[in-house]
Design a protein around this ligand. Structure first.
Ligand code: NAD
Ligand code: ZN
Length: 246
């Protein structure tokens, strides 16, 4: 049983040296963290422009922090799933980077070392006035909105909101250019610049492998489209690789 992994893909992976992986909300869905798509412009019940923009935050920091407090409660309960763990295992065999749009920190928790969190991390905070940055793992938050330990201004979540520049973009593009194989896992690949990465990888000669429960715009350029849940697909893939690594 399991997902069929073509022999030709196994061969490509056994010859590969550098691997890039782009992940989105879909890889964390099986950890119990809801994805965003298909929610009719609502993010867990909140209008996106209120809770994921600087304007929304300036207007009502308390509402935004209450929203993030709820998400933090949910993410605190979530554990890395077999897909996160499979990627951490693969990193031991390859020169590999995971580029994620997720803010849940589950790749790091699963043991991946080379992780670019393009949209930040929900456990980090930064000051809206001074240069303070730090970690805050309080669940639930003791004070809403939380205050800066240096200057007492309001802290914000260190996550990237709509219209803000993403983290690690240079490195992410470099990974896309240099990868022999580029995986796209659990992302609808519609938010740029992350969405351009599979196309760049393809242009620079990578074998592009998509893993998703349904087809996406990336499917057209992907060399392999493995339809199924991320845990099932990566389980099947890793089973094939382990046989060969033995
Ligand atoms: P998205 O919600 O737009 O798309 C999720 C994709 O995952 C879809 O293509 C869907 O078909 C696929 N999917 C769902 N379940 C799957 C499974 N079990 N296995 C494989 N694929 C599955 O997510 P996105 O592309 O990451 O973009 C949404 C934005 O929302 C991102 O910017 C991200 O920062 C943010 N977000 C993050 C989290 C998180 O940190 N876990 C959760 C929700 C949203
Ligand atoms: Zn400060």
């Amino acid at each position: 049983m399991g997902i069929h992994i073509p022999d030709s893909l196994v061969k490509v992976l056994l010859e590969a040296r550098k691997i890039g992986v782009l992940t989105g909300a879909g890889i964390s869905a099986e950890s119990g963290i809801p994805t965003f798509r298909g929610s009719g412009g609502l993010w867990e019940g909140y209008p996106v422009e209120k809770v994921a923009t600087v304007e929304g935050f300036v207007e009502d920091p308390e509402l935004v922090w209450r929203f993030y407090d709820e998400r933090r409660k949910n993410i605190a309960r979530a554990k890395p799933n077999r897909a996160h763990i499979a990627l951490a295992e693969m990193e031991k065999h390859y020169d590999m980077w995971v580029i994620t749009q997720n803010i849940d920190g589950l790749h790091l928790e699963a043991g991946s070392k080379n992780v670019i969190e393009m949209h930040g991390n929900i456990w980090r905070v930064r000051c809206t006035s001074c240069d303070y940055r730090g970690e805050n793992r309080e669940v639930p938050l003791g004070e809403i909105p939380p205050r800066c330990p240096k200057c007492n201004s309001i802290l914000r979540p260190d996550v990237v909101w709509f219209g803000e520049p993403v983290y690690g973009v240079e490195k992410a593009f470099q990974v896309a250019r240099e990868s022999d194989v580029f995986f796209v896992i659990g992302t609808s690949a519609q938010v740029h610049p992350a969405a351009s990465l599979p196309y760049i990888a393809k242009d620079y000669g990578a074998t592009v492998v998509e893993v998703n429960i349904e087809k996406t715009p990336v499917s057209i350029i992907a060399d392999y489209v493995l339809l199924g849940r991320a845990t099932e697909v990566l389980d099947s893939l890793l089973r094939r690789l382990r046989e060969a690594w033995r």
